[in-house]
Write a protein that binds this ligand. Structure first.
Ligand code: P6P
Length: 337
């Protein structure tokens, strides 16, 4: 039996071989991983714990919060605020940034997260997840403000997600490939179950919410129509469709077997560039996808090159198998010429 490599050993060896993980970053990742274990325990209680249903409150996005959204947010805040590795945190569930209280030492990292993405799936027992992204604060000495967070995705030093599904799996990159760790519930430990994750450049599987078809821009309609035309059409092959309506689950499938995920701009809310958030959904997922050999654009440019203007900025997302993402992006760019 191959020796079981723990998350700690993986991080220590990444530091030894690639110098990518200073001790404070290793502490941050291990604390987030421990928080995800705690969240998975709450998620797995389901109806047995008082954790289903809504919390009768709304988040900054105006979305009704699920009880688990709030629980997961609190778990991540409490787990990370005391360690001395963070200057501040930002969350989908909080309007402003959360500056580490003065009673704790301040660190140089900035942590952003969607504490429980896909929460509309909680009550119907479908996979959901926690998404996180890590930046370094500019060493300008002063305090910390929202402006410190407004860095492009290329500045991320680490990113990952935890998917709470049939298995609880932590997926992580620190800039040297993608690794997957499965939670061993008997030992309570994360075990390396896949390293050097790679996405095939081509695919026959697309993920998009088809109920929005009449609202899409022409390039998206063009691409999906070609997929639907199958082997008799211009693509010369049949395609399959998946849509979990939980980004973490859809991205996990793409990291596992390839595919393309799209949540594009549509004319339902034309003033918004898309539904998903740049800082704590699109950027961390784009980092993982690119590190696994895939591509991620907003239809026109690399998502990780976008310089954010606001903390909760939204973005159109096209990510996954490189050749498919490049095809969709080319259709958008041709439309502009
Ligand atoms: P729709 C979940 O609410 C989420 O933010 C993503 O996880 C998911 O990909 C998307 O929204 C689903 O959106 O419009 O299909 O319900």
């Amino acid at each position: 039996m191959t020796s079981r490599i723990s998350l700690t050993r993986y991080l220590v060896e990444q530091q030894r071989h690639h110098g990518l993980i200073p001790s404070q970053l290793r502490l941050l990742i291990e604390v987030v991983a421990r928080a995800c274990k705690r969240i998975s325990i709450s998620v797995n209680k389901g109806a047995l714990g008082d954790i289903l249903g809504t919390a009768q409150t709304e988040n900054v996005q105006g979305e009704v919060q699920k009880k688990l959204d709030i629980i997961a947010n609190e778990v991540l805040i409490e787990a990370n605020e005391w360690g001395g590795h963070l200057a501040a945190m930002a969350s989908e569930e909080m309007e402003g940034i959360y500056v580490v209280p003065n009673r704790f030492p301040q660190g140089e990292y900035l942590l952003m997260f969607d504490p429980l993405d896909g929460s509309s799936n909680i009550d119907v027992n479908v996979s959901i997840g926690t998404i996180f992204s890590v930046l370094k604060k500019a060493d300008n000495g002063e305090g910390v403000s929202e402006t410190d967070f407004l860095q492009p995705g290329t500045q991320q030093v680490a990113a990952g997600y935890c998917v709470y599904g049939p298995q609880t799996t932590l997926v992580l990159t620190v800039g040297h490939g993608v690794a997957m760790f499965t939670l061993d519930r008997e030992q309570g430990s994360w075990v390396l179950t896949q390293d050097e994750v790679t996405i095939p450049a081509d695919t026959k599987e697309f993920a998009i919410n088809m109920s929005n078809t009449r609202h899409w821009a022409p390039p998206v309609k063009h691409y999906i129509d070609e997929c639907l035309a199958g082997k008799e059409g211009p693509r010369g092959k049949d395609f399959n469709m998946r849509w979990v309506a939980s980004m973490v689950a859809d991205v996990h499938r793409i990291l596992t077997r390839g595919g393309i995920f799209m949540y594009p701009w549509d004319k339902r809310e034309p003033e918004k560039p898309g539904k998903l958030r740049l800082m704590y959904e699109a950027n961390p997922m784009s980092f993982l996808i690119e590190q696994a050999g895939g591509a991620s654009t907003n239809g026109k440019q690399r998502i990780m090159d976008i310089v954010p203007k606001k903390l909760h900025e939204r973005v159109s997302v096209v990510l996954g198998s490189k050749n498919e993402v490049e095809r969709v992006t080319s259709y958008h760019l041709e439309e502009n010429n």
